[in-house]
Design a protein around this ligand. Sequence first.
Ligand code: ZN
Length: 333
Amino acid sequence: MSSLRPSPITPTVDFDRDGVQHGFLRLPYSRDDSAWGSVMIPICVIRNGSGPSALLTGGNHGDEYEGPLALYDLARTLDLKQVSGTVIIVPAMNYPAFRAGTRTSPIDKGNLNRSFPGRPDGTVTEKIADYFQRELLPRADIALDFHSGGKTLDFVPFCAAHIRPDKELEAKGFAAVEAFSAPWSMKMLEIDAVGMFDTAAEEMGKLFITTELGGGGTSRAETVRIARRGVLNVLRHAGIVAGAVEMQPTRWLDMPSGDCFSFAEDDGMIETMIDLGEPVEQGQVLARIHSIGRTGAAPQEIRARMSGLLAARHFPGLVKAGDCTAVVAVLVD
Ligand SMILES: [Zn+2]
């Protein structure tokens, strides 16, 4: 690590200065329309003395909106007098992807959440990952990274933490998830944890929580309310913002194995057979994929490999072989 060159990113904020600062992470990016141009990633630092620090992020994927809506709002409204410690807010981590409204970056096709630990001499997306890895994550006592389903998935709204080998950190993660107070709370299993921001934070021993709050490449009034309440609750829980956590009832879900996930084996038009949040029996048909190239073909049935409830579904009406079609989670209580 120490042999890596410095990050090319220059912050226009001072992380050790008290007060509210709105600025940028300036990343040089020379290109056709701007020879000595830069990518300007918005950042807000709110610091009031020594104390715990939180790193709050959205737009890790550029087509997920609850996090950015809650975080631009928080940066504009959080009262310095209410804060003890530091809040670092980056509402649109992969800013080029966020500007384009796409999951990955239009510059290099980089999926920021598969690019960690990143490289200071890599692509634009890898340079962003490297800056979070070496400069921002080490400053955080707690990190909250907002996600939603993006254009291709839709979720029941939940806050989540991972099962971790360190049980003390795991319990702290689940307590922070409870404080977030989404309608659902998830003990989350990753399909593909290599290169994730989550993994980077956890390998650093950080308290890390995340969300999936809807999807479809848009947001809903309810899910944005959940995000706004949740982020304030987490800051209160961490002792950074004054006041009591506004606890709401939540129900815990678990993703006990890879049997949670179903994938399409054919291209076609997807017919959802049950809706999000509804109970599922093992073997039940969750969705059917209809062939569109010809008439008379029987649809492919997607069957649940375990019982539980439908926690996520494919969003667009057309599906391709290999797409994740459904996620079943188990109700814990
Ligand atoms: Zn995401």
